[in-house]
Design a protein around this ligand. Structure first.
Ligand SMILES: Nc1nc2c(ncn2[C@@H]2O[C@H](COP(=O)(O)OP(=O)(O)OP(=O)(O)O)[C@@H](O)[C@H]2O)c(=O)[nH]1
Ligand SMILES: [Mg+2]
Length: 203
């Protein structure tokens, strides 16, 4: 799959602000500063599609992007940023829960982890949550340019073990800096979109 068009649609903090449920969506989750926005810019080949910043906690809303006029990429707010107040982190939990548990056109979530570190307790919690909702299976290890090939293999094995991945789950190393790994991820995303059969029945 190639992305040749990206349109920013809207930022939302609650359901009433989401776009219609008419197109399949793939969301990106991960701790603050892991590189979610940078990855979206890499995939869409657009340096400014999503805001990237050197100060963590930049993305505080759920941001919807229309891709090739046919599906959406959703940039979720990051977790694990120590400096946010209790009120902000409660808002975060409510916002994520509302989106992840109640979006019938969500086909999958790409979980991002930093290739340099063992996944944190919150990463594990997030991935378990995705698994519970049937949204798991695709993990991206970001900032692959920061490790040697040797370390890469070792760290990917650690990521697989810590997140208790199944054999069929993928861990894809990517680098937004070196622009590597995006084709493999786009192909996986294309499979998810292709398998979409319309919105899930609401319970
Ligand atoms: N070396 C390197 N740096 C990266 C890469 N991807 C992102 N970064 C840097 O990591 C920092 C955070 O990137 P963002 O894309 O804003 O991260 P985010 O996950 O969207 O962060 P929040 O919006 O705060 O949740 C920025 O300084 C990026 O330049 C990468 O592949 N390699
Ligand atoms: Mg961001």
């Amino acid at each position: 799959m190639k992305i040749n068009r990206v349109d920013f649609l809207c930022s939302a903090v609650k359901k009433g602000q989401y776009p219609a449920e008419d197109l399949p969506e793939i969301a990106f989750a991960g701790r603050s500063n892991v590189g979610k926005s940078s990855l979206i810019n890499l995939l869409t080949n657009n340096r400014n599609a999503a805001k990237v910043s050197s100060s963590p906690g930049k993305t505080r809303t759920i941001n919807f992007f229309l891709i090739n006029g046919s599906f959406r990429i959703v940039d979720l707010p990051g977790y694990g940023y120590a400096k946010v107040s209790k009120a902000v982190s409660e808002d975060w939990g409510r916002m994520m829960e509302e989106y992840l548990s109640g979006r019938p056109n969500l086909v999958g979530v790409v979980q991002l982890v930093d290739i340099r570190h063992e996944p944190s307790a919150q990463d594990v919690q997030m991935y378990d949550y995705l698994r519970y909702y049937g949204l798991s299976g695709l993990v991206v290890a970001t900032k692959a340019d920061k490790v040697s090939r040797n370390e890469m293999n070792k760290n990917i094995a650690l990521i697989r073990k810590t997140l208790s991945l199944e054999k069929d789950d993928a861990v894809i190393p990517v680098s937004a800096l070196k622009k590597t790994g995006q084709e493999v991820l786009l192909d996986k995303m294309s499979l998810l979109i292709g398998a979409y059969k319309g919105p899930k029945e609401k319970p």
